[in-house]
Design a protein around this ligand. Structure first.
Ligand SMILES: *[C@@H]1O[C@H](CO)[C@@H](O)[C@H](O)[C@H]1NC(C)=O
Length: 238
């Protein structure tokens, strides 16, 4: 035991990096800070865009672009499969609100971003009253996607663990592009896409939830990894 500790100390000395794994772009706040919410909010605003690029040393994957892979939308009237789904824009988020209750281990994170989802799609069924069918590329632009995440955490062996999370979201607008709707029948496709865009918020209620759930899960997953790699004391100085 003593030998291995000694070796570790030497290795640390040589590498000069054992003091902590916290990336230098994250400047921790002090738990005693009377304006802790504000302090952490400015850390998130400052470090968020960098965090969203991913931190390979810590195994944290990029959130912008976020690779969602396959997203399946199953409604009674409509089946949609998105493949190679990529979401961009999260790094440009705006933080609306951040609250932490250290005693209770509760956090509220409220942010807005303009995001674009690109994917290969396959769609068959009905939206509202309109039959729809096609397979091709899609691009969905969401204006002001507002996500509110509430999570609880506890400290286990010196590391934060997210024990539960709940989220809600809303958006201001969505704009769709689909190539090759109706096997390339341009007139029918143009009319349908116009209809989709005129009713985009209603249509997003039908098709967006699985994709947005996956966006939120990805965010939570990468934050979990950060908490797993960096001791709580380094994230919030005591
Ligand atoms: C999203 O884009 C709109 C303009 O299209 C802009 O008014 C808004 O501030 C943007 N939102 C964010 C979070 O950047």
């Amino acid at each position: 035991m003593r030998v291995s500790l000694c070796l570790m100390a030497i290795a640390c000395f040589i590498a000069g990096a054992c003091a902590g794994k916290l990336p230098s772009f994250i400047k921790p706040c002090a738990a005693s800070d009377p304006n802790l919410d504000q302090c952490i909010a400015s850390v998130i605003t400052g470090a968020g865009p960098k965090f969203a690029q991913g931190i390979p040393e810590l195994g944290i994957k990029p959130l912008d672009p976020a690779d969602l892979g396959k997203v399946v939308v199953k409604n009674p009237a409509l089946n949609v499969i998105f493949e190679d789904t990529v979401v961009t824009g999260l790094a440009g988020f705006r933080l609306n609100n951040f609250k932490i209750n250290v005693e209770k281990g509760k956090v509220l994170l409220d942010f807005t971003a303009n995001v674009t989802l690109k994917a290969h799609y396959e769609m068959d069924g009905q939206v509202l009253i309109l039959p729809i069918k096609g397979s091709g590329q899609t691009k969905i632009k969401i204006t002001n996607l507002n996500i509110v995440i509430r999570y609880t955490y506890k400290t286990v062996d010196g590391y934060w663990t997210i024990t539960d999370h709940k989220d809600t979201y809303k958006m201001d607008n969505a704009h769709f592009k689909f190539t090759n709707l109706f096997g390339g029948n341009k007139e029918l496709a143009d009319t349908t896409i116009k209809f989709l865009n005129e009713n985009s918020l209603i249509i997003m209620q039908e098709i967006a939830p699985p994709a947005i759930d996956q966006i939120i899960s990805s965010c939570v997953l990468e934050v979990r990894k950060l908490f797993k790699e960096i001791p709580a004391e380094e994230l919030l100085a005591q």
